[in-house]
Write a protein that binds this ligand. Structure first.
Ligand SMILES: Nc1ncnc2c1ncn2[C@@H]1O[C@H](COP(=O)(O)OP(=O)(O)OP(=O)(O)O)[C@@H](O)[C@H]1O
Ligand SMILES: [Mg+2]
Length: 404
């Protein structure tokens, strides 16, 4: 089948976006940990969790699923706030309250909650389910100073509608963790709940790469003991295999065993890359059967997309240098995708000092750019993920062809 039906084809893969709940896979242990916190919250306690892990590992997806489960299975009211553009504590509180109002689910509850905020609300959006808060600085300050009492009032209201508590997810913390006030705020907020006689069933989930947590600890070391950590590792090969098998099966697409193995291998068990690879291979397919050729073409396409998206700008500086390009070319040609290498293996016997220096500078540079890193064995290097390797090989080949 060629070309026909292309307009109706829809990819189930979501590269670059948190996965929809129905396509979520694996992470059993982490989900159990979060469920325990939800159970404690529904029983009246305050629980605080920090979901962490490297970029693209699946933090927002897990947070999204948690919120879904908290609402569905534990009767909590949930909001997932993305704070990337948020630069002040006032903005954080405004975003949280705004989302709580939007998500409370019921017009009568909404009206009651709106009553709590009274003058702070400037307007109601069309259809009456969204709100616009004041942008007056001193009024916003009032919201911030009364954050806990307001949250309590909100809980008292939603309790009447059988909610057992509240889950607030704060995601994309990059703008806000740089503010020392944010750590202080978290600490005094959690301490106030703990020392009051009046418990608040609140599950607070922070989401961020380890550097964001380190930011918080820098300004307020006690944050370390406030938040339990849920750290996401790479997926296993079996999980990755299950992922590709299920995703294509749901679309009624057959996949050859060899094609699956190649996709598993080359996406290196990174959820982010699994979606990029799956999506690119999906669009290669024209006959509802994916063979090794579709897989290879798709993976090459994914490597280009991933390379340009994540390391494209940094890497152009490497290619501008003739010396570095040729080292890369050597690595690309010699090294099987996914393999590690020793510095010594790239040097000819008795290589002049200059060549050694070039190689060392090169390694330093690509490590700093996040393209290569140390392998598990000391003294060995590897590409951060197999697709970067493939992309570099492809680019190095192009550069060489242009020069030849
Ligand atoms: N459990 C999962 N099942 C299926 N796909 C997943 C899972 N977790 C993550 N993904 C996919 O992996 C990619 C990265 O996920 P997500 O955006 O959740 O990561 P993240 O850690 O929040 O990334 P960032 O650090 O960039 O915010 C997305 O394409 C998402 O759809
Ligand atoms: Mg995220």
């Amino acid at each position: 089948m060629t070309g026909t039906g292309i307009g109706t084809k829809e990819s189930p893969f979501t590269p670059g976006r948190p996965v929809p709940v129905e396509y979520f896979i694996a992470r059993k242990q982490e989900i159990e940990r979060l469920k325990r916190a939800m159970m404690q919250t529904a029983a009246g306690r305050n629980e605080n969790i920090f979901i962490t892990g490297e970029r693209g590992i699946g933090k927002s997806s897990l947070a999204g699923l948690s919120r879904y489960l908290a609402e569905k299975e534990y009767g909590l009211l949930g909001v997932h706030c993305f704070l990337s553009g948020t630069k002040s504590l006032e903005d954080v509180t405004r975003t949280i309250f705004q989302r709580l109002l939007e998500e409370c689910g019921d017009k009568s509850v909404f009206d009651k909650l709106k009553g709590i905020f009274g003058g702070y609300i400037k307007g109601v959006t069309l259809f009456g389910v969204g709100v616009e808060f004041t942008d007056d600085k001193s009024e916003l300050r009032g919201l911030l100073d009364n954050f806990l009492p307001i949250l309590r009032k909100i809980y008292e209201q939603v309790k009447e509608n059988n909610k057992k508590g509240v889950i607030i997810v704060l995601d994309d913390l990059n703008g806000i963790t740089e503010l020392p006030e944010f750590s202080q705020f978290l600490k005094s907020f959690v301490d106030s709940i703990a020392t009051s006689n009046n418990p608040l069933p609140l599950l607070l989930v922070l989401v961020g790469i380890p550097e964001r947590r380190a930011d918080l600890l820098k300004y307020q070391p006690s944050v370390a003991r406030i938040f339990d950590i849920v750290e996401l590792p790479l997926m296993s090969k079996d999980e990755s295999r299950e992922f590709f098998t299920n995703m294509f099966a749901k679309q009624m697409i057959d996949v050859d065993e060899k094609a699956i193995s190649l996709m598993v291998e080359l996406s290196g068990s990174y959820p982010m890359l699994m979606h990029e690879v799956g999506d690119a291979v999906f669009w290669q397919d024209t006959d509802s059967r994916i063979d090794i050729v579709d897989a290879k073409l798709g993976i090459m396409e994914a490597a280009k997309i991933v390379g340009r998206k994540y390391i494209g700008t940094q890497i152009s500086s490497v290619f501008r240098s003739k010396v570095y390009s040729s080292i890369l070319m050597q690595i690309g040609e010699k090294l099987p995708i996914g393999a590690t290498f020793k510095r010594q293996e790239l040097l000819k016997e008795n290589a002049p000092e200059k060549e050694q220096k070039n190689l060392d500078n090169f390694l330093k540079k690509v490590k700093k750019l996040g393209i290569m890193g140390d392998a598990e064995t000391r003294g060995e290097y590897k590409f951060v993920n197999p697709l970067y390797h493939l992309y570099m090989w492809y680019e190095a080949k192009n550069v060489k062809e242009l020069k030849d």
